[in-house]
Design a protein around this ligand. Sequence first.
Ligand SMILES: *Cc1c(COP(=O)(O)O)cnc(C)c1O
Length: 374
Amino acid sequence: MSEIRMVDLVGQYQEIKEELREAFDSILDNASFINGSEVKDFAKEFEEYLGVKHVIPCANGTDALQIALMALNLAPGSEVICPSFTFVATAEVISLLGLKPVFVDVNPDTFNLDLESVEASISRDTKVIIPVHLYGLPVDMEPLLQLAKEKGLKIVEDTAQGIGADIQIDGSYRKVGTIGDIGCTSFFPSKNLGAYGDGGAIMTNDDQLADKMRKIVNHGMEKRYYHELVGVNSRLDTLQAAVLRIKLRKLDTYNSNRNSAAEFYTEAFSQVEELICPTIPSDRKHVFHQYTLRVKNGKRDALKQYMDDLGIPAMVYYPVPLHEQQPYRRERISPHGLPVTRTLKDEVISLPMHTELTASHLNEITQAVIKFFN
Ligand SMILES: *Cc1c(COP(=O)(O)O)cnc(C)c1O
């Protein structure tokens, strides 16, 4: 049996090898490494896939978040609400731009932003909310949109883990990343739509924001060497765009493979009382960037050790919430505190999740976990 990996990009590569080689050859023959035609083609195809007016490719997901916040013209010290239970990039860009992150709690069932915690944390200085579609499950966007509208706040979605997932808004399904004012995603190799290096994209339906962000990614210019605003250099390489074009056509299949693996896990663990499996509310589709269990009775670390000893990979995303990390300890948190976040960091464990998991992999992983609890 092949080795069990947390993420298996080698197996996935085998299937698209020929197509990739052909695409790479043509780019190499033309030496069109920067802004080659594949970049525009990918952006257009991604717009169609997502059902969004504008996709602006950039260098990585962290840049995407930074550029989104740069485009919103926020006064220094403005507050940006985000979960503490997320990857550091979400908060990093806030601080980097002289803004203030305000950390809120998450819902114990969805691992996503808790609406009441958000509401309680809004102050006069709050300008933006960043919902993170953590592990690939869409945030409950409708009440959040309503709240943002009432309070005059912008919504920047962090879709780095949720690409391809959708949720019903007003009765029809919309892809995450296209629902707020701006959406941001990452094409880091292990993400659901991953390049073979770094990459990212910004999504919006707003023409003016799109226009501004297209300038920001390109040193603040439209006409060459005439700079209208302070920008950055953030581009998606042509070679990466070529990879993404090929993989975009398979994204729905990839995500459905992930869902099949998740179903297998959940079925297998239904009898294990000390495990809480991920829930999927009926109005949305999960893309399982991670399959994350909650382990009750303080047994998470022992389970992790048991898996490590067997050589079966398992990971904790994330062991230290952001409000407890050195650079963020002094930042404001929800006045209700972050009790769920504090509990989850000790309970969560993510199992191997990728597009190449076989029945025998899944059997071996689930048998090991079940055996631990017996
Ligand atoms: C991966 C990730 C990012 C950052 O993406 P990079 O391309 O690595 O910069 C941001 N937010 C979340 C939630 C992520 O998982």
